[in-house]
Write a protein that binds this ligand. Structure first.
Ligand code: ADP
Length: 576
């Protein structure tokens, strides 16, 4: 009885039994649906494989294409994770080529697998695929990676680039990395069929990667060249043998006074204005001869270019294909050359003048056997000789310092505590005996503290400024040297009542060799044009600066120097 009751409750025909059976069928249907979905995915993936383009030209394109590829691999083989590892020959490791599927970016970044390590190493070296279904206990797997990526099972296939000839015969084979397909879905094992599919897909992947790398490399090289070509200061024009412009870079456009733009494909005659540049290209083409010449262009400033043409010939060197013309702006070089020549003659003159005077007075004294000159006159002669010797010494010391600056050696400072009041008084006292027309006055403000400076170089700064103040006030007047405290720094002003400096020269007088040369008064006074240039360098070496504070033509000028009391970072000579 009880059996019958229980049969009724739990037997196959009982309500509970029927429910169980129903549940079972529901699960089976669900499983079948899942499989159908997977098969549909597989079908779709297989039919869209052809969408993976084999020509990829930019990095983002490569990333997108590989993204699609790894998704397809995962769908077709029914795997959870897919990653491509690329061989880095310099480092001897395999690293992840993004994007990888099913792993995080940090995990991908941390993967650096030696070419001899684990499954990846074995597949890379032997070029043979591996299938493993018990990752944890398989002796070939790297356990830290198995646990990092939670790998249960996997397939690893080599990424091989196959080069075939026109008849599809294999001519070369190269392994560039490996592809991992990990964790078969539904807790299943990977099969040999999966392996075969993975190899097929890996071949496609390898082809995409190698093509892309080649294209990307070429495009990037081309872009770099293009950028370099556009940014160089040298003008470049390429014209083909029919006189059509192939290239004209921005520097060339500027040189020819053309607006920015792309001139390639246009007739040379309609782009390049008549003149030396066009003639040069024309004659090079006509004579099929390379040339080097100097040409002047630009209406206002007449810039000088060194122009050079080169012939580009076709492969068998029988015909000229195009002419490349390069224009190098050498205006500045020529200007400096002219200035240097002028400088040598000025310096020679500046050296000869005191020497002539010294020689003259010494000869006069030597020839005076009869004692024609009294003691006082003789003394005057000696003072002049002494003065001219000082002038020579100053000039030579300026020249030595300039040569130091020009050769890139810094001006080393011998720092000590300098009492400015003593120093400016000494400078004034040294210059006064040589002039009767000027009154040289040194004024130090109260409480002027000593500063850390190179006393000799500071004297040289003031000697130059006071020397100029005297020299450029030919009618005499007051020359004031005023030093005052400004907290962390000191300021020294040198003021004269002389010629003044015309406006247009004011910011150029500190340039090397620059002299005011367009008025007779300045021109008649000798000089080398290096004094202020040197003064500026000496002030900078102290961490200070010098400037023309005020100047009125016909009334006078004030030059000012500001120096820190403690020149930090100044180029100090410490002695070795
Ligand atoms: P130079 O040896 O010619 O004096 P500097 O470099 O000392 O060279 O000065 C550059 C030019 O600046 C001088 O040639 C002169 O024309 C002008 N100059 C310098 N100091 C004064 C000044 N105190 N008054 C007028 N002109 C000056």
């Amino acid at each position: 009885m009880s059996d019958t009751v229980s049969d009724q409750k739990d037997g196959p025909d009982s309500p509970r039994g029927l429910r169980r059976e129903l549940e079972h069928y529901r699960l089976v249907v669900e499983e079948m649906r899942r499989r159908i979905r997977a098969l549909e995915d597989e079908l779709e993936a297989a039919s869209t494989m052809a969408e993976v383009p084999s020509v990829v030209v930019t990095r983002p394109e490569l990333r997108n294409t590989l993204g699609r590829l790894v998704k397809k691999v995962a769908m077709i083989i029914q795997a959870e994770k897919v990653l491509l590892l690329l061989h880095q020959p310099e480092a001897g490791v395999l690293t992840v080529l993004p994007p990888a599927l099913g792993i995080t970016e940090e995990q991908a970044d941390s993967l650096n697998i030696g070419v001899a390590d684990g499954v990846s190493g074995a597949v890379f070296t032997d070029r043979k695929s591996i299938i493993y279904n018990d990752a944890l206990n398989d002796p070939r797997t790297l356990k830290e990676i198995v646990s990092l990526l939670a790998v249960r099972n996997g397939i690893c296939v080599p990424l091989v680039i196959k080069q075939r000839d026109e008849e599809e015969r294999l001519v070369d084979e190269r392994v560039i990395g490996v592809m991992h397909v990990l964790n078969k879905r539904f807790d299943e094992d990977f099969t040999n069929e999966d392996l075969r599919l993975a190899e097929m897909l890996a071949e496609q992947g390898a082809a995409v990667i190698s093509n892309a790398q080649l294209y990307i490399q070429l495009t990037e090289e081309k872009e770099e060249l293009q950028e370099a070509f556009e940014s160089i200061h040298v003008g470049v024009i390429v014209v083909n043998r029919s006189g059509v412009v192939r290239l004209l870079n921005p520097a060339a456009a500027e040189m020819l006074d053309l607006p920015d733009g792309d001139y390639s494909g246009q007739e040379m005659g309609s782009v390049i204005p008549p003149g030396e540049a066009r003639d040069l290209l024309q004659t090079t083409l006509e004579a099929a001869e390379e040339r080097t010449t100097e040409i002047t262009m630009g209406e206002e400033d007449g810039r000088v270019y060194q122009a050079q043409t080169t012939l580009m010939v076709d492969e068998d060197a029988s015909e000229v294909e195009s002419v490349v013309a390069i224009f190098n702006d050498i205006t500045e070089i020529r200007r400096v050359e002219r200035m240097k020549t002028a400088f040598v003659s000025t310096v020679s003159h500046e050296l000869r003048t005191p020497l002539t005077s010294i020689k003259g007075f010494i000869s006069t004294l030597l020839e005076d056997d009869e004692g024609m000159y009294d003691e006082e006159t003789r003394r005057e002669f000696l003072i002049i000789i002494n003065e001219e010797c000082d002038r020579l010494t100053r000039l030579i010391s300026d020249l030595l310092n300039i040569s130091k600056i020009e050769s890139g050696r810094g001006l080393e400072l011998q720092l000590s505590d300098v009492d400015l009041e003593v120093l400016i008084n000494r400078v004034a006292a040294n210059h006064q005996p040589y002039t009767k027309k000027h009154e040289i006055i040194a004024i130090a403000s109260d409480g002027l503290e000593p500063i850390r400076a190179d006393a000799d170089k500071l004297t040289q700064i003031l000697d130059n400024l006071v020397g100029n103040a005297i020299k450029y006030s030919p009618n005499g007047g007051r020359v004031e040297i005023v030093a005052r405290d400004e907290g962390d720094s000191v300021r020294i002003d040198v003021t004269d009542q002389g010629l003044g400096i015309p406006e247009r020269h004011r910011n150029r007088i500190f340039q090397r060799f620059h002299q005011v040369d367009d008025d007779v008064d300045h021109k008649s006074i000798g000089g080398t044009g290096i004094g202020l240039y040197l003064v500026q360098h000496l002030a900078h070496a102290h961490g200070g600066r010098v400037w023309l504070d005020r100047s009125v033509v016909g009334e006078g000028s004030t030059f000012s120097v500001r120096l820190p009391k403690h020149p930090e970072g100044a180029l100090e000579h410490r002695g070795v």
